[in-house]
Design a protein around this ligand. Structure first.
Ligand SMILES: NC(=O)c1ccc[n+]([C@@H]2O[C@H](COP(=O)([O-])OP(=O)(O)OC[C@H]3O[C@@H](n4cnc5c(N)ncnc54)[C@H](OP(=O)(O)O)[C@@H]3O)[C@@H](O)[C@H]2O)c1
Length: 248
């Protein structure tokens, strides 16, 4: 897929991964749609990319609120004729045990990590149907394949996201809409309870993290080569042995 001139919507454009995806897509001259709760952060990103001479649209949305997603879809449908690539890169990482987690935290994990993916894809479907070839790409996790202690809400939501994306991949297999579940290992961003500074320290001590810039480039190259699979695992070195995960 030639990304130049394509319309690429990034839900979670202000995140550690989303920002890097925006940067590499801008370098490839795609027109961008940013979605997050924070207009200020989207303004900063837009300003950074102004020399790329691409069209950028910015939309605020609270992914915990179905009405906000409906409003988002209405606004994007008013402003755009079609969308060629839809990234769902928003998420929340609440790592708590059963005895510690509140119902609100459980609900927030399910709402942002999976329900918002379902509902935004469903509401944007008419725009996706209008493009000749479409990719819908969601940021899943290795924890959507292997359960870990102390992360029940994150694991449950990511297992569900993986089920959603793989089901959609089957449902749409014979069409022009391709669904991709990125099964990601740890990425060096401020996602989850550990600060970015702490992760950088751990990285220096030897823990494997994917660099978000590298990851975004990798995704863009695989989009261009059309080599993204329905389930595309991307893990840092030693991901399995470090966390005692057995994902393969
Ligand atoms: N980093 C990792 O190690 C890792 C590993 C595997 C998978 N992933 C997945 O990759 C995705 C992105 O991770 P990241 O590292 O980029 O995280 P991040 O830096 O924390 O970014 C999270 C993004 O989600 C958005 N978001 C959160 N709550 C929202 C809400 N209620 N409404 C709208 N947007 C909301 C944030 O936007 P605003 O705050 O601006 O609204 C931000 O753009 C997540 O789905 C995560 O599960 C990450």
């Amino acid at each position: 897929m030639d990304l130049s001139g394509k319309t690429v919507c990034i839900i979670g454009a202000t995140g550690g991964i989303g920002r890097e995806v925006a940067r590499v897509m801008a370098k490839r001259k795609a027109n961008l749609i940013f979605v997050s709760r924070k207009m200020n952060s989207m303004d900063v990103l837009e300003n950074e990319l102004k020399e790329e001479n691409i069209k950028i649209g910015k939309y605020t949305c609270d992914l915990t609120d179905p009405k906000s997603i409906e409003k988002l879809a209405k606004e994007i449908s008013r402003d755009y004729k079609s969308v060629d690539v839809l990234f769902h890169l928003a998420g929340v990482g609440i790592y708590k045990k059963l005895s510690e987690i509140s119902f609100e935290e459980w609900e927030m994990s399910m709402d942002i990590n999976v329900a918002s993916a379902f509902y935004s894809i469903q509401k944007l479907l008419p725009l996706l149907e209008k493009s000749e070839k479409v990719y819908v790409i969601a940021s899943g996790s290795g924890m959507g394949k292997v359960a870990l202690s102390g992360r029940l809400a994150y694991c449950a939501s990511k297992f569900a996201l993986r089920g959603l994306m793989l089901s959609l991949a089957k449902e749409y297999r014979k069409t022009h809409i391709h669904f991709v579940h990125l099964t990601l290992g740890s990425v060096l961003t401020s996602f989850g309870p550990l600060s970015l500074a702490r992760k950088i320290r751990k990285h220096r001590e030897g823990k494997g993290y994917l660099d978000p810039g590298w990851l975004a480039n990798h995704i863009a190259t695989r989009l261009e080569n059309e080599s993204l699979e329905e389930e595309t695992p991307i893990y840092p070195r030693h991901y399995f042995s470090e966390s005692k995960k057995d994902i393969r």
